[in-house]
Design a protein around this ligand. Structure first.
Ligand SMILES: C[S@@+](CC[C@H](N)C(=O)[O-])C[C@H]1O[C@@H](n2cnc3c(N)ncnc32)[C@H](O)[C@@H]1O
Length: 269
């Protein structure tokens, strides 16, 4: 599975659903409760997880524009049959190059999930300025914040986690990534632009029975660590082997820190 493959997104979606911060989600829902119809742009939609999480809680008439540069994921996102009143349009585009194009026209809410930790400080600044100019609220869920807790403890955990967090800051197509700093940067920037902000933890709490996602996470981290080259191959493989053994034995658990943010221009709610 690659970082954005449909298989990986399907594996993580139930964990994302459980993790979404209820207070932040409730604030988003409450902000749109008075509307008879809502127009939403979902940035980096993947297969449509934000649409599935949010749509049942919104007014019945909804227009979603789903933007992503992966045509395969976009096709999956728009293939589903939606309830009457919910219309969905695919917007194939590179958000790094053409962000502004997807913001044009009337928009009641921007959504995104698992995107902000991939983008650069410059791209976040561009997003913030563009949507503040249009006075649009934003719900940005599930930004990784650098916290990882693993059980049982392993002597190499700290070195692996440090390397994973260093890898998180490498370029994912938007310039050097904000990685773990993404949510705090977004909160500070929206507040400085006169937005009100609610935020809260949306951690993945992955138990011993969630073996498939644990295997994928550990394999992904080992590849990232190898890419950076900070640890020896022997140390990385040794750590991965011990982790896999613990998963197979049903004794492994992971907590991965995320943050959800809802920001809206003051006086518009
Ligand atoms: C971690 S996935 C999150 C997908 C979805 N929001 C979710 O939570 O399941 C990141 C998404 O960003 C998209 N993406 C990455 N770089 C992009 C770019 N430059 N333009 C548009 N989409 C991009 C990927 O195709 C992928 O769908």
């Amino acid at each position: 599975m690659t970082g954005f493959s449909a298989d990986w997104l399907a594996l993580r979606e139930p964990h994302d659903v459980r993790a979404r911060n209820p207070a932040v989600l409730n604030a988003v829902v409450a902000s749109l409760a008075g509307n008879t119809a809502v127009r939403i742009v979902d940035l980096a939609c993947g297969t449509g997880s934000t649409l599935r999480a949010l749509s049942p809680r919104l007014p019945a008439r909804q227009n979603w524009r789903l933007a992503d540069n992966d045509l395969g994921l976009l096709a999956r996102a728009t293939a589903t049959t939606h309830p009457a009143g919910v219309s969905v349009t695919a917007v194939p585009l590179d958000l790094n190059r053409d962000l502004e194009a997807v913001l044009d026209g009337p928009v009641d809410l921007i959504t995104t999930s698992a995107l902000l930790d991939l983008v650069s400080a410059a791209w976040l600044e561009r997003l913030a300025v563009e949507i503040a100019a249009r006075k649009i609220p934003i719900y940005a869920a599930l930004s990784y914040d650098g916290r990882i807790e693993l059980g049982p403890a392993d002597p190499f955990d700290a070195a692996i986690i440090a390397a994973v967090n260093a890898h998180q800051r490498t370029d994912k197509g938007f310039g050097p990534s904000l990685g773990p700093a993404a949510a705090s940067c977004a909160i500070a920037r929206f507040e400085s632009l006169g937005y009100s902000v609610v935020h809260g933890a949306s951690d993945w709490v992955i138990g011993p029975d969630d073996r498939d996602i644990q295997m994928e996470i550990f394999a992904g981290w080992a590849s990232a660590v190898r890419e950076l080259g900070d640890l020896s191959l022997a140390d990385t493989v040794g750590w991965l082997t011990r982790r896999r053994d613990a998963v197979a034995a049903g004794s492994s658990s992971i907590c991965i820190g995320h943050v959800d943010v809802f920001a809206w221009p003051m006086g518009t709610r």
